[in-house]
Write a protein that binds this ligand. Structure first.
Ligand code: NAD
Length: 366
């Protein structure tokens, strides 16, 4: 069986992440707590509204009573949020957990996304799918047919998704069918995520000059041409304002030991991103790439030098932190939303700043 970067099947068992409940946007809980009057507030307002002392005790007393009455009625009318009210909401759990069929709020409310490349819950594609969902998008999936039953369908179900189609991206007909089925079921497509790559294991180790012709073709076919084919098939269904994104790595620009043919494929992927952006731009479709720092995924473990890439990364990258699939998802949400409405053909780094370094050095080496 073909696997991304020629990886062995000894996967970390899929850990199911609860997804359906923690959607973005204001919840009924917030609406209700913000409108809850505080029991202690009137007393505070009474003292704040205390009358000025007068030389005439009787008049002063009646004036004070009038002010007090006005203050009481004002306090009753004004709904003031307090820490107490927010901390102890008396709200039914049902109201804070909208049913799946409710329209969810968020930056991507009402948008429809199709994500290629989920292998398991460590996949960058899964991080992005979850991020899009959390911002209100409806998400469908396409992955290798062999992964669907055990890996992809349960993840899709956890975010209420029923569109899950098998596809080997080496086959144009399979790609076409996925988009035709999407169109038949969903109509249009606003967000397309391409998070697919593969190279033979022997081409991700040793000398670059030893790369075989077949290995070169395979890496380019799956990791680069698939983006072009997907963009072509998706284009008729994508309205102006839509967004396509792909995943790349710094090895496209600089030599990274053992990344070899995949580095050259990523360079072609980044160039394809620019050509597609120019091609699809007049139709209002944006195309961008995210260049992520090293993340421990199934594909990554197939690279002989991955330990080198990942090992000291957080000690030298300016933000001194590893990169997570949630970090990538944040940028994917930005690229999917209208916030990036005038950005296309770009490679955006999510690498803690690693790419700006001329000489990556850890603190203890300085
Ligand atoms: N993990 C990293 O450190 C890292 C860093 C930067 C960029 N990327 C890129 O991110 C993308 C996603 O990779 P990942 O790290 O999440 O690994 P992953 O193994 O979770 O995802 C790779 C996906 O490609 C799919 N794939 C491979 N061959 C296919 C084929 N013929 N047809 C259909 N699907 C196929 C696999 O099934 C898998 O779902 C890749 O493009 C990768 O190069 C990864």
């Amino acid at each position: 069986m073909m696997q991304a970067f020629g990886v062995v099947e000894t996967l970390t068992p899929t850990r199911q992440r609860p997804g359906a409940a923690d959607n973005g946007g204001p919840t009924e809980l917030m609406k209700l707590t913000n409108r809850t009057a505080a029991p202690t507030t009137p007393a505070k307002q009474e003292s704040a509204a205390a009358p000025v002392p007068s030389p005439e005790p009787a008049r002063a007393q009646s004036a004070a009573a009038a002010v007090l009455a006005r203050a009481r009625s004002a306090a009753a009318a004004v709904e003031v949020p307090t820490a107490t009210a927010v901390a102890k909401p008396r709200v039914s759990r049902r109201l804070t957990r909208p049913a799946d069929d409710c329209v969810r709020d968020g930056l991507l409310k009402g948008k429809k996304a199709l994500v290629f490349g989920v292998a398991n819950d460590h996949s960058i594609a899964w991080g992005i799918a979850k991020g899009l969902y959390d911002q209100g998008a409806e998400v469908g999936f396409s992955s290798m047919a062999s992964l669907i039953k055990r890996r992809v369908r349960p993840l899709a179900a956890s975010i209420g998704s029923t569109f899950v189609e098998g596809c080997d991206v080496r086959d144009d007909d399979e790609i076409k069918k996925v988009f035709q089925r999407w169109h038949a079921k969903e109509g249009s497509l606003d967000i397309l995520v391409h998070a697919v790559a593969y190279a033979e294991k022997e081409d991700l180790a040793g000398n670059f000059s030893a790369t075989s012709r077949d290995g070169f073709h395979t890496a380019f076919d799956i990791s680069v041409y698939s983006l072009i084919a997907m963009a072509r098939e998706a284009r008729p269904y994508m309205p102006p304002g839509s967004s396509i994104m792909t995943m790349t790595y710094y090895g496209a620009e600089k030599v990274v030991p053992h990344y070899n043919v995949m580095g050259v494929a990523k360079a072609a992927l980044e160039a394809s991103t620019r050509y597609l952006a120019a091609d699809l731009g007049p139709s209002g479709i944006r195309v961008n790439a995210i260049s992520a720092g090293p993340i421990r995924t199934l594909s990554a473990h197939g690279i002989a030098g991955f330990k080198l890439m990942y090992g000291g990364f957080k000690d030298v990258t300016p933000l001194r932190s590893n990169i997570s699939i949630e970090d990538v998802a944040g940028t994917a949400v930005y690229l999917a939303s209208s916030l990036s409405g005038k950005t296309t053909g770009e490679v955006i780094y999510v690498d803690g700043g690693f790419n700006i370094l001329g000489l990556p050095v850890a603190d203890e080496q300085l």
